[in-house]
Design a protein around this ligand. Sequence first.
Ligand code: NI
Length: 192
Amino acid sequence: MAILKIARMGHPVLQRRADPVEDAAAPEVRAIVRDMIETLDDAGGIGLAAPQVHIPKRIVIFFIPGERQKEGEEECEHPGVELTIMINPKVEPIDEEITLDWEACLSVPDMMGAVPRFSAIRYTWQDLEGAPQTCEADGFHARAVQHECDHLDGILYPMRIEDLSLFGFAEEVNRNKELLARPNPLVEAEGA
Ligand code: NI
């Protein structure tokens, strides 16, 4: 087990398309995943893609804390998602609806930005036995999966920001209630 170094925006490993994993059940894949779990736990994030730890392979781990799903929801229909290990994941939107909300990334430390994402997705992957899995997601869950899978295609969330006034240092943005509240009214205006 090892805590791996996290690549930051600007490093070429974050800009290339990661390679497919040929044998999801291989022991070396399991070893990479173990180190990724330890690294994520140490870094304190909710998701990590292998390119972020300098391994250009299509591997993602993530979990959704239950309390995060409750934010902005009258009823919590999603009590959270346990740690999910995805080999060769693929994401497809369920419809064309787009939501704008804030994101952060371990490879873009101290920053946050409001990113348009598909509101609802279906995603498929192989587990560590190589078995195909599929799941549907919306809300923050759908956002997190899209963010992590983007890492496998060399895309960091700042590259998807359409309004750069909604990008800044997390410490400043979190103090700026007016800015924090802006994404959702913007989405409604565009959708009207
Ligand atoms: Ni990220």
